[in-house]
Ligand binder design. Structure first.
Ligand code: NDP
Ligand code: 8X3
Length: 253
């Protein structure tokens, strides 16, 4: 049976690959993001390339009124979300705590933590009323460990990790599964955003390493949501073979 899958941050990287993965399986997609051109292009690809039903919603997850406007009133036929992938997120900047840029901190906390909460608050009541659903939270290895210059991003992903564990308890009696996925290095637009558009710094992150791709993470998400109803994967840490954790990796050159 076709499932309705809502993916936040589907305009690039992990979210985009995940949308394609579900479309390939003939599921129905609600895709979101701020960049309308990218959203429109993806919607077109999903519907003409895969024949998928698509609802595309352009909004900023940091804006709770916009989240409520779009997700609190999903159109008929789209209002029963089976799978929510809380993926929209970002790292902005790298700095020691005493030199941190407060606007960068706000962007990370507002997107990664508050945005995820607003979206979950809008979608989870429907799941509760139907006693079914699956929420996938895209956290990070930065939610398992901390590293120099990454304090606020790491804190925001530790919050996602804690929210995954806590929402699993709250939603347990309603038959809703919660899966936390913690990727290591994935080559997407992530580093370009972290380095504020500096391509050279962004590509250096992946030099000499075969990083994960958005498709690798999409595969894992899809797997977690395809298991028998009584099985719930709680937490997955996924790194490239060349990465042991946030600070130890081997590079070829
Ligand atoms: P990308 O930068 O490629 O994708 C991020 C997505 O989030 C985009 O679609 C972007 O869309 C969306 N987004 C960002 N801010 C907002 C916002 N305020 N409102 C709505 N959408 C927003 O990076 P990834 O695919 O790598 O990142 C996806 C998730 O994976 C993030 O949560 C990230 O923290 C996490 N992650 C990434 C890792 C990596 O190494 N790449 C490793 C571990 C976790 P738009 O700009 O159109 O709004
Ligand atoms: C992204 C992975 O190691 O840059 O969440 O924090 S890392």
């Amino acid at each position: 049976m076709k499932r309705t899958v809502l993916i936040t941050g589907a305009t690039s990287g992990i979210g985009e690959a995940t949308a394609k993965k579900y479309a390939e399986a003939s599921d129905r997609l609600i895709i979101t993001g701020r960049r309308k051109d990218k959203l429109d292009r993806l919607a077109e690809q999903l519907s003409s390339g895969y024949g998928a039903g698509v609802l595309s919603l352009c909004f900023d997850v940091r804006d709770k009124d916009q989240v409520e406007k779009h997700l609190g009133n999903l159109p008929a036929g789209w209002d029963k979300v089976d799978i929510l992938v809380n993926n929209a997120g970002l790292a902005v900047g790298l700095s020691h705590i005493d030199e941190g840029v407060i606007d960068d901190w706000d962007r990370m906390i507002d997107t990664n933590v508050k945005g995820l909460l607003y979206v979950t608050r809008a979608i989870s009541p429907g799941m509760v009323s139907r006693n079914s659903g699956h929420i996938i939270n895209i956290a990070s290895i930065a939610g398992k460990e901390v590293y120099e210059n990454g304090s606020v991003y790491c804190a925001s992903k530790h919050a996602v990790d804690a929210l995954s564990r806590a929402m699993r308890i709250d939603l347990l009696k309603h038959g809703i599964k919660v899966t936390n996925i913690a990727p290591g290095m994935v080559e997407t637009e992530f580093s370009l955003v972290r380095f504020k558009g500096d391509n050279e710094k962004a590509s250096a992150v992946y030099s000499g390493i075969e990083p994960l791709t958005g498709e690798d993470i999409a595969e894992a998400i899809f797997y977690c949501t395809g298991l028998p109803d009584h099985v719930c994967i709680n937490d997955l840490v996924i790194t490239p073979k060349a990465q042991a954790n946030a600070t130890n990796n081997v590079r070829k050159n």
